[in-house]
Design a protein around this ligand. Structure first.
Ligand code: UD1
Ligand code: MG
Length: 411
């Protein structure tokens, strides 16, 4: 698969309203696993080697811009006059350029980079001026239908509202994801008219326009329909989170990690876990975490961003780690918070140990050496260093002589 020589520009449609979210926020900045939908799409565009990324923004565009910053260039669509109209707003970025332009939706974040690479590859090697990513849906209601000729070639796309009863029976739908020849698209968008049931400029009309000009077009059916799921409301946000959860959990299981309960294990993007590590239920592992081999994590563990856990480590129940490094053979078994902390090898952290890493102004570091024993209930007030082979006794809080009443007073 060689797209290297082809110039790829990606255009992200991000002007839509998303009223069904019932939110003061643009739906494009709603998050899945801590990352905004539109940022996921921009990162996808980066992964396929786009030379330029253009976002067409409109409604609540300042929120989208605050997330994407200068990762992308912006085109503005003030009135939502249709997907074809959205592309017209980005014309100045496309004009005079050669290569392919990939169209993505800012609210369709789970497409695999390989799917897009295959789409581009089909477009390049098949010399297609337009290649549409399609899907087979048991219930195609609401989507544009793919009309093919007797030879099986795509002829046109007909929107639900413009479709005849026979066309409505077609189960092959338009995902809205395409790869176009840049020059052919710039030429064709000027030929789109809003003469249709919705009075919109349909980008989909470009397929028929190109076919009428004798330009070859094509379609590729996506293998996994979950890739083209979009987000319109909170239930769909939950559905996509679940799809991503399963995808990530399956990846780790294929790599030799045991996950006891895939339904309650939440592993964010960019996590590396070594083989034979076991993840117990109700565990969350956030971005940028590396866990070694043969570790035991959870149940009810919360491993936050930027942690490094070596081999043969035990992280037990109700343990929270943040920006923490734990070296091999160390045990962090129960009710523990370690933040901004480095722990050496073969150390045991007692139940109830807390790093007091925040003094109200700054975050400070706690260093714990190799072969240490930290007794129960110890508060390590950072910045603090515990040398190798240290032993800290449990914090003594047993009020043996207290009566029931006094006990309440002195606790
Ligand atoms: C479009 C396709 C339809 C396809 C469907 C897949 C057209 C005419 N139809 O439907 O064939 O099955 O996507 O979901 O293209 N947007 C803008 N500006 C606009 C209009 C839309 O930026 O003026 C953005 C939306 O925010 C959204 C995307 O484009 O991200 C698709 O718009 P939407 O209205 O959801 O799709 P349809 O036009 O109904
Ligand atoms: Mg629409």
């Amino acid at each position: 698969m060689e797209n290297e020589e082809e110039n790829i520009i990606t255009l992200i449609m991000a002007a839509g309203k998303g009223t069904r979210m019932k939110s003061k926020k643009s739906k494009l900045v709603q998050k899945i696993y801590g990352k905004e939908l539109v940022l996921r799409v921009a990162q996808l565009a980066e992964k396929i080697g786009s030379s330029e990324i253009i976002a067409v923004v409109g409604y609540l565009r300042e929120q989208v811009e605050a997330v994407l910053e200068d990762r992308v260039k912006y085109a503005y669509q003030d009135e939502l006059l249709g997907t074809g109209h959205a592309v017209m707003q980005a014309e100045r970025y496309l004009k005079g350029k050669k290569g392919k332009v990939v169209i993505l939706y800012g609210d369709v974040p789970l497409i695999r980079p390989d799917t897009l690479k295959n789409l581009i590859n089909k477009s390049v090697t098949g010399k297609e001026y337009a290649t549409v990513l399609t899907a087979i849906y048991e219930n195609p209601t609401g989507y544009g239908r793919i009309i093919r000729d007797e030879g099986g070639n795509i002829k046109e796309i007909v929107e639900e509202k413009d479709a005849s009863p026979e066309q409505k029976q077609i189960k092959e739908i338009n995902s809205g994801i395409y790869c176009f020849d840049i020059e052919a698209l710039v030429d064709a968008i000027h030929k789109i008219t809003p003469n249709n049931a919705q009075g919109e400029y349909y980008l989909t009309d470009v397929i028929k326009i190109m076919n009428d000009q004798g330009l070859k077009t094509g379609a590729m059916i996506v293998e996994d329909n979950t890739e083209i799921l979009g987000v319109n409301d909170r239930s769909q946000l939950e559905l996509l989170t679940r799809v991503l959860r399963n995808r990530i959990n399956n990846l780790h299981m294929r790599n030799g990690v045991t996950i006891e309960d895939v339904n309650t294990t939440y592993i964010y993007d960019d996590v590396i876990i070594g083989m034979d590590t076991v993840i117990h239920p109700n565990t969350t592992i956030k971005d940028d975490v590396v866990i070694g081999e043969n570790c035991e994590i959870g149940p009810n563990a919360y491993i936050r961003e930027s942690c490094r856990i070596a081999d043969n480590v035990k992280i037990g129940n109700f343990v929270e780690l943040k920006k923490t490094t734990v070296d091999s053979g160390t045990k962090v078994p129960h009710f523990i918070y370690l933040g901004d902390c480095e722990v050496g090898k073969n150390t045991n952290i007692g139940c109830g140990t807390i790093t007091c890493n925040y003094d109200g102004i700054n975050k400070n570091k706690t260093l714990i050496g190799d072969n240490c024993f930290i007794g129960s209930n110890v508060n390590l007030v950072a910045p603090v260093k515990v040398g190798n082979n240290s032993k800290i006794a449990a914090r003594f809080n047993y009020y043996r002589r207290c009566s029931r009443k006094q006990f309440r007073n002195c606790s």
